[in-house]
Ligand binder design. Structure first.
Ligand code: HEM
Length: 341
């Protein structure tokens, strides 16, 4: 039998076959014949395709290591002819939809490059919290649905319209592009992720397909900055967020003007500052006043809570861990109450 590993086109078939649990590096038709192989291949390559959608184009291509085979998006697209041999046009359609999604993401990034300058990154990131933060688990209403665009006159959203500017401008720019159908809520979720990345934070790929609300969500659902740590924990818990999520997401305050290091640098200075508690320092009246302007009451309160303190300590010493946990919590936030097409 022909050795499939030598033929790049057929290599994908071999990958699919291996991912389908058929360990031979050569094609072996499983029990049930080609039809069965098609089903396995389709099922497995759908997983490959989904994984590929989340891989950056620069990720390593490993071709000749049967024990650790990674088929890249390009492998799958380039070898459409071979795929159709194993399965059907459906696979090609799926491959095309992956390339479509990649094109949509590239168009969104290109739009934000034009509409989202670094100075607006903090407001755009805050917008995500204020849109998603209206979610109510009991009534399953609110959440990340772009209803925030009808809520700018609320006191908690004061100044937030500034963060919506780059979103509407990107929406307009994308009107005649491959991303013409993108929703405002997808752009809010992607805008926040773009803001994090552009200020030096982790690169976060949010799922797409959110539907927009056509009216405002109910009022009074965002936490007041005067809440105690236990009230904040209880508030976040109602939306399915742990104390850890509360701490790691509050780390977003590292950007913006609350005195946690460089205003446009997404790093772990927030946690380092919380450990130092500069607002308790003595000195001249002016020093004391200046130090007290650092952080919101909710930020200053977090280190007083034992559970929160242990997360603060961890993130103050391990920025990579902060980035990793922020990514997970951000994905959760960007999914809060979202409905998908
Ligand atoms: C824990 C509950 C939270 C409270 C009470 C709170 C409250 C606030 C307030 C009052 C401000 C305005 C500060 C000022 O400039 O005077 C602010 C800023 C900000 N918040 Fe929060 N926030 C919370 C959680 C979050 C979360 C979860 C995120 C995002 C993941 C976030 C992102 C931001 C950002 C980026 C800013 C800076 C905005 C700018 O400078 O334009 N906040 N927050």
């Amino acid at each position: 039998m022909e050795n499939m590993m030598c033929n790049p086109g057929r290599l994908v078939l071999s990958n699919v076959e291996q991912r389908a649990g058929l360990n031979s590096p050569k094609i072996s038709v499983p029990k049930g014949g080609l039809k069965h192989l098609n089903i396995l291949a389709q099922r497995r390559s759908r997983q490959v395709l989904v994984q590929c959608a989340h891989q950056s184009a620069s990720q390593t291509r490993e071709r000749n290591t049967p024990s650790k085979i990674v088929a890249t998006r390009r492998d799958l697209l380039v070898s459409g002819a071979t795929l159709s041999f194993v399965s059907s046009n459906k696979l090609q359609a799926e491959a095309a939809s992956v390339s479509d999604e990649e094109a949509v993401r590239e168009a969104i990034d290109a739009a934000f490059k034009q509409t989202l300058p670094p100075q607006k990154a903090p407001s755009v990131l805050r917008l995500v919290f204020h849109d998603a933060g209206t979610y109510d688990e009991a009534s399953k209403t609110g959440g990340l649905n772009a209803s925030v665009r009808f809520e700018f006159d609320r006191p908690e959203n004061f100044g937030l319209k500034r963060g919506f500017g780059p979103i509407t401008k990107a929406h307009d720019l994308l009107k005649n592009s491959v991303a013409k159908d993108i929703s405002f809520s997808d752009l809010i979720a992607c805008g926040g992720a773009y803001a994090v990345r552009m200020t030096g934070g982790p690169s976060i790929t949010v799922p797409l397909g959110r539907l927009d609300a056509d009216k405002a969500d109910p009022e009074g659902r965002l936490p007041a900055e005067t809440l105690s740590p236990s009230e904040l924990k209880a508030h976040f818990a109602k939306g399915g967020f742990s104390a850890q999520d509360l701490v790691v997401l509050s780390g977003a305050h590292t950007v913006g003007g609350k005195g946690f290091g460089e205003p446009l640098s997404f790093d772990n200075t927030y946690f380092k500052t919380l450990l130092e508690r500069p607002w308790n320092a003595g000195g001249s009246k002016m020093d004391v006043e200046m130090a007290q302007m650092i952080g919101l009451p909710s930020d200053k309160a977090l280190p007083d809570d034992e559970e929160c303190y242990s997360w603060i300590e961890l993130y103050a010493h391990d920025q990579d861990r902060f980035f990793k946990d922020f990514e997970s919590a951000y994905l959760k936030l960007a999914d809060t109450g979202a409905t998908y097409a």
